[in-house]
Design a binder for this molecule. Structure first.
Ligand SMILES: CCCCCCCCCC/C=C\CCCCCCC/C=C/C(=O)SCCNC(=O)CCNC(=O)[C@H](O)C(C)(C)COP(=O)(O)OP(=O)(O)OC[C@H]1O[C@@H](n2cnc3c(N)ncnc32)[C@H](O)[C@@H]1OP(=O)(O)O
Ligand SMILES: Cc1cc2nc3c(=O)[nH]c(=O)nc-3n(C[C@H](O)[C@H](O)[C@H](O)COP(=O)(O)OP(=O)(O)OC[C@H]3O[C@@H](n4cnc5c(N)ncnc54)[C@H](O)[C@@H]3O)c2cc1C
Length: 666
């Protein structure tokens, strides 16, 4: 905020019962992370190239060219200022525009790192790090996305020339969707069925050059282009999601990523001791980052809706005094505050997931693969529940802002349009929950075998207790006890998984059973993932959290998150007998009283996200709360208001007004 500018939300900030600067540190993860983030946010906000207020008005071509300009400028600044990887990734975050660079850094580079041999990494990574080649991740095809084993592109080994022939045999085998592919990438990691000596060996990644490094023209045998406009104006249309066909394109044998499986000069296929699932490793990495993105998108929407709810007044004027701030309506609080709590919950679970991922990656380097299934289940499941909840929440925030939320300059419509594909990319959310369900059913089925469940399923080891325990909640206060809450969530999750396993056992064919019970399995998987989020929030509170009143606020938010989920899924808790209807009602009583505790802190809790006005790009979410004059000024900037009488008046409006009505009765 400018020095000396009026702060219409100052009163809200004065009621805060905690130290906002300390909360900023907790949200950012460390003082260092906050400092870096703050510096990079200012760097981006002060640079006119990164302006984004005109985005929705640009044509697709203008938008795309502008994105290229921003990406090139960002890279120039990263190199000039010798920014670290951490700083560079914050620059990307605050530039706030999907671009080919996301796929280059976020998928192409990790695919080579995770699936390439040492020599392959040494050859390709330096080129990619300097952006002397630009890569994308070309897996999905027109006919298959979720079913990776169903991909049709072929990579046939030709022992005569020591090459692979990459080919798209059908229309449905055309690569379709990869970001950065349409107009920019010079290379792709393309996924194809490996065929050696007439035998198939599953789907593998191949580095394929697509375009000339001299004139950017597609290489012989390559047909490539953009797949067309996507949902919303502006939004994800800055990305060139592409289509790609291969017509017997030849690549050297050493361009197959060979960490998992090697093809020798003689055409021998050698399976290494690395599990085949590592071919899916890049998706595990990105799913983990998507959970962190969910907390960012959600906190951004909540920040806008909270500030605006404090500014907006409707009804309730007493003796000519001010009307009621809409944030004081209990309905507004019960819709908004759980989303605020979810933003914090997703932040902390993403921190934990990142540490789990780092730990698993280190183990994989040492040849230990036992933790891979849990890493897959956690990343898949948390990606699914956090993105679904965030997409719904952004839309709820739009509604919480009433009519003004529908204006593009509220920032919410574009945020929604950019965000919703997260429910689909990196694995459709339902398909991913079914993966979690498989993992849970397997864990349940092994309970009698003496195998002790570990990690996030450790609670299943207490199945005997959890299957029959009764919650001892007797008062609303009892619901503030994390142990009581966690036990109710564990009982609900375990009982849902066990019920699924029991029902599955009734089917002679397990796969048929799995297909028939899929809807129940998805619910059991979601229950397990919600338990993880709740548990990780409570575990975060075990840490030393400095700053006046910070821990107290987080305790309140953790209880709000847990009890909100309990209230929303009360049917599960009751039907599994994990709690009684009376206990469910007490949870709701507690939730109401927690909302009252959040109320004086609400604006400060969103200030702790430390978002600049540039990043928020929302008139409603401005830090200073100066909403109405800005809305009014912005309206006049619309191109429709360039002229008082609109273009088209002479052709279409005037003749209408001047028409002779022959039949007066008409
Ligand atoms: C210095 C400068 C720096 C500049 C910085 C800039 C910074 C920018 C950085 C940006 C960072 C990140 C941004 C990324 C941008 C993201 C944009 C998003 C773009 C989108 C991309 C995509 O969508 S890519 C395509 C994704 N596709 C999918 O997700 C497909 C989904 N389908 C699948 O995953 C699988 O097919 C499925 C799992 C559903 C089924 O597979 P299948 O082989 O049929 O498997 P099953 O038979 O069911 O299972 C076999 C066993 O394998 C296990 N398993 C399955 N998957 C995995 C896995 N991933 N890992 C481990 N194990 C797995 C499964 O559990 C089975 O096990 P079991 O024991 O046999 O039961
Ligand atoms: C914006 C965006 C960017 C993308 N970027 C990339 C990229 O860079 N690289 C890349 O390779 N791909 C990319 N993709 C593709 C993306 O990964 C796939 O779209 C995604 O994995 C979903 O697959 P699908 O489209 O085949 O959906 P489908 O599987 O066809 O899903 C359609 C419906 O069927 C349901 N369904 C499917 N299978 C099952 C099942 N077994 N049981 C129950 N229900 C099922 C789903 O739940 C869904 O409701 C991108 C997609 C989008 C939207």
């Amino acid at each position: 905020m400018e020095v000396g500018a009026p702060d219409y939300l100052a009163g809200e900030r004065q009621t805060a019962e905690f130290d906002v600067e300390s909360m900023k540190v907790t949200w950012a993860g460390s003082r260092h992370a906050l400092e870096v983030s703050d510096r990079m946010a200012r760097l981006v906000a002060s640079d006119p190239v990164f302006r984004k207020d005109n985005r929705v008005m640009l044509s697709r071509k203008e938008l795309f060219k502008n994105t290229l300009r921003k990406a090139a400028h960002a890279w120039k600044r990263i190199v000039e200022l010798r920014l670290t990887e951490e700083e560079a990734s914050r620059v990307r975050f605050f530039v706030d525009e999907p671009a080919f660079t996301d796929l280059h850094w976020g998928m192409f580079v990790p695919a080579i790192k995770g699936q390439g041999t040492e020599e392959q990494q040494q050859k390709w990574l330096p080129l990619a790090y300097k952006m002397q080649i630009i890569g994308c991740y070309a897996q999905t095809e027109l006919g298959h996305g979720s079913n990776v084993q169903g991909l049709e592109t072929t990579a046939t080994f030709d022992p005569k020339t020591d090459e692979f022939i990459i080919h798209s045999p059908t229309l449905t085998s055309s690569k379709w969707w990869p970001g950065g592919l349409g107009k920019v990438s010079t290379h792709a990691v393309a996924y194809a069925r490996l065929i050696v000596d007439g035998q198939e060996h599953g789907v593998h990644g191949f580095i394929v050059q697509l375009r000339s490094l001299d004139d950017h023209m597609p290489l012989p045998g390559i047909t490539v282009g953009d797949i067309g406009m996507k949902f919303g104006s502006g939004a994800y249309n800055s990305m060139d999601n592409g289509v790609l066909r291969f017509d017997n394109v030849r690549i050297p044998r050493d361009q197959m990523l060979m960490r998992v499986l090697q093809v020798t000069r003689e055409g021998k296929v050698i399976q290494s001791d690395v599990p085949r699932q590592l071919i899916y490793g890049t998706m595990v990495f990105v799913r983990q980052t998507i959970v962190a993105d969910a907390s960012c998108a959600l906190s951004r929407a909540v920040c806008i809706a909270t500030r605006y709810s404090a500014v907006r007044r409707q009804f309730g004027s007493q003796n000519g005094g001010p009307e009621t701030q809409v944030i004081d309506y209990k309905t507004q609080q019960s819709r908004l505050f759980p989303l605020l709590a979810s933003a914090y919950a997703f932040r902390f679970v993403s921190e934990w997931l990142k540490s789990l991922y780092t730990d698993v990656t280190e183990k994989l380097q040492r040849g230990e693969f036992s933790t891979l299934p849990e890493a897959h289940a956690c990343t898949a499941g948390l990606k699914s529940i956090t993105t679904s909840a965030t997409a719904d929440a952004i839309e709820e925030c739009r509604k919480l802002c009433g009519g003004h939320g529908y204006l593009a300059n509220s920032g919410l419509p574009e945020l929604f349009a950019v965000y919703v594909p997260a429910c689909t990319y990196e694995g459709d959310n339902t398909v991913l929950l079914l993966q979690v369900a498989r993992f849970l059913v397997k864990t349940v089925s092994q309970l009698g075998s003496g195998k002790v469940p570990v990690g996030t399923t450790a609670y299943m080891g207490r199945a005997r207790h959890l299957i029959q325990c009764k919650s001892n909640v007797q008062s609303a206060e009892d619901w503030l006890n994390p142990q009581v809450v966690v036990e109710a969530f564990e009982a609900r999750s375990l009982r849902m998984s066990v019920a699924c396993a029991e029902n599955l056992a009734k089917f002679p064919n397990p796969e048929e059973g799995f297909a028939q019970l899929a809807a129940d399995l998805v619910e059991a998987a979601a229950a397990h993932c919600q338990l993880i989020v709740v548990t990780k929030f409570f575990e975060k509170l075990q840490q030393d959290i400095p700053g006046k009143g910070v821990k107290k606020q987080l305790q309140i938010l953790s209880s709000v998150y847990a009890l909100y989920i309990l209230h929303k899924h009360l049917g599960d808790f009751l039907s599994t007998g994990s709690i009684t209807p009376k206990q469910g009602a007490l949870a709701n009583d507690q939730l109401r009283s927690l909302y009252s505790k959040i109320r004086p802190n609400a604006v400060a809790l969103v200030d702790a996200f430390n978002y600049t006005d540039h990043y928020l790009s929302s008139v409603l979410g401005r830090y200073d709360g100066n909403v109405y004059p800005t809305l009014y000024e912005e309206a006049w900037k619309d191109p429709l208001n360039d002229s008082v009488v609109p273009d088209g008046y002479q052709e279409y409006i005037r003749p209408l007004l001047k028409q002779q009505i022959r039949n007066a009765r008409l």
